[in-house]
Ligand binder design. Structure first.
Ligand code: ME8
Length: 519
């Protein structure tokens, strides 16, 4: 079975921040999860390198656009390397292969008569890289996301008649559960109640030269969104690669709500006009906020994901991001919540469970005890509890409800702590019931093994350490192993090792919010 995941391709006018890291980490977690389940996954990410925004930033920095895009695209690549992001291909829209396909599709639509030349005037937001309607401005006439007054533009351009496809799209979205969460689908269906203004797909070269030239008019370059959206096809080798269609049918685009309109309206209509099938799903998350404002390079309130990972750990950040944000809704990035999750969930609940279990085995058994002897009601309940939690965790994960999945798994981790307290294996050993203590510790170790596998997509580094300690081969990991209680060998020597997730001392809590280096 195949599945294809994409992140947005990020603008290279500024360095990556926590918002970019979130979407990319979510896709990385899912990629690892589906691979664990035996799926073939194609994961595409990359950088969006044309347009007004890039040209303007290059000018401000006294650089050639090419120099700027090479530098910042590399910074994105290095960031994903640091986070060990398991992408298959990193696309750059300035690559020759991508530009060729964009021109081929532009020509095709032009030949079909989809474009017409017209004079246009309107308010353009460079931050959004699109014309805004009056409904998209606040009372001061500023863009809701970027808090700047858009620039007034009047020029002759090529237009794409979106209205022609409105009723098709409305019907398609009404009949198919393409957009998740559901309220974003409703938002798009509401937008489709009103006539769609034509989409301006060109920019005159005398104003913007940094773009892909229109193959049918050398005086213009194409609109950056028209260029950017096509990356989802070029990234899987469309049209030459014979495999592209089998991936495309399973395309899942992950984005934040800022770019809902281009993905839910422009892109489906572009695909329809090009005679290509619709993508499978659009998954839309909310914003990371800092003091209630969207974290963004233009507002300068960004958090550097590498800086905080260096300080608190990559796994810790991945866990926090997935646990804290209800997918679809906004979430506040707040250091005290971050530290609370590290200390309470990771260090106390999960880390302590492992430490206590492994210390007792190391001291009294050396190797993983076996399961010989009868199980008590308490043991059966414990096994049932964990089995049920894992089942629900898997279902919640497959339905993209990561925070609920983790919440459910943590109930099981806490129940394992209750189990160890109730059985008190240290007391059993003291009283000479070595065999009974062995059974309890064996079951706890089986539970830990299941947690480590289930959490491998979220906290891969900690899981690798745990699974290695348990004598399992990380390269042969498969989801079904979570159910396989006999996978642990009694000859594996256990060493408690260092605590998996060190507690964060409160003094470390001083942290300054990094300022964006660009606007
Ligand atoms: O829009 N919270 O690029 P971009 C959560 N090039 N996610 C955030 C975020 C925040 N505060 N800030 C950014 C573009 N993101 C286009 C996309 S795709 C064909 C072209 C993430 O650099 C989130 O994924 O502005 C959002 O959709 C994306 O970065 C926007 O990145």
């Amino acid at each position: 079975m195949r599945i294809y995941f994409t992140t947005p391709i990020y603008y290279v006018n500024a360095y990556p921040h926590l918002g970019h890291a979130y979407t990319t980490i979510v896709v990385d977690v899912l990629t690892r999860f589906f691979k664990l389940k035996g799926w073939e996954v194609f994961f595409l990410t990359g950088t969006d390198e044309h347009g007004d925004k890039i040209q303007k930033t290059a000018k401000e920095k006294n650089k050639e656009p090419k120099e700027l895009v090479d530098e910042i695209s590399l910074a994105f690549k290095k960031t994903w390397e640091y986070f060990k992001i398991s992408y298959n291909y990193f696309i750059r829209t300035t690559s020759a292969s991508h530009q060729r396909v964009v021109q081929f599709l532009l020509q095709k639509l032009y030949d079909q008569g989809e474009f017409y030349l017209d004079e246009y005037e309107g308010y353009y937001c460079i931050g959004c890289e699109r014309f805004l309607t009056s409904k998209e401005l606040d009372e001061k006439g500023e863009c809701l996301d970027h808090k700047v007054v858009p620039i007034y533009v009047k020029e002759k351009n090529y237009f794409f008649n979106l209205e022609k496809y409105r009723s098709w799209l409305k019907d398609y979205l009404f009949r198919n559960e393409v957009i998740y969460p559901e309220f974003y689908r409703e938002e798009v269906l509401n937008l489709l109640e009103e006539e769609l203004p034509p989409l301006c797909i060109s920019r005159p070269k005398n104003r913007l030269s940094w773009g892909i030239e229109l193959p049918f008019d050398k005086e213009y370059v194409t609109y950056v969104w028209f260029d950017a959206l096509i990356n989802y096809l070029t990234g899987i080798g469309y049209p030459e690669n014979p495999e592209w269609e089998s991936w495309w049918k399973k395309a899942h685009h992950f984005i934040a709500k800022d770019i809902l309109k281009p993905h839910a309206i422009y892109w489906p209509i572009m695909l329809k006009a090009m005679g290509l099938p619709m993508y499978k799903k659009l998954l839309v998350h909310g914003y990371w906020l800092v003091d209630k404002l969207k974290m963004s390079k233009s507002l300068g309130n960004i958090i550097d994901p590498i800086e905080i990972s260096e300080k608190y750990g990559r796994d810790q950040l991945r866990y926090f991001l997935l646990r804290e944000m209800a997918f679809g809704y906004d979430a506040e990035f707040n250091f005290s919540n971050f530290i609370l999750r590290i200390n309470a969930d990771l260090a106390n609940d999960y880390g302590n469970l492992v430490y206590r279990t492994f210390s007792l085995i190391e001291k009294h058994f050396k190797t993983i005890p076996d399961r010989s002897g009868n199980l008590e009601v308490l043991d059966e309940e414990f096994i049932q509890n964990i089995t049920q939690a894992l089942k629900e965790y898997e279902e919640l994960f497959l339905s993209f409800q990561f925070h609920k999945a983790l919440e459910r798994l943590w109930q099981a981790i806490r129940s394992a702590n209750v189990y160890i307290d109730r059985c008190a294996p240290w007391e059993l050993i003291k009283k000479g019931y070595q065999e009974r203590a062995g059974i309890v510790l064996r079951l706890l170790t089986e539970g830990i093994k299941s947690f480590a596998i289930a959490l491998y997509p979220v906290t891969p580094e900690a899981s690798q350490i745990l699974l290695k300690t348990l004598g399992l081969n990380i390269d042969q990991l498969h989801w079904d192993l979570v159910w396989n209680f006999s996978a642990l060998s009694c000859s594996t020597v256990i060493s408690k090792g260092k605590p998996l997730f060190p507690r964060v001392e409160i003094e470390k809590l001083t942290h300054s919010v990094a300022k964006s280096s660009s606007s």
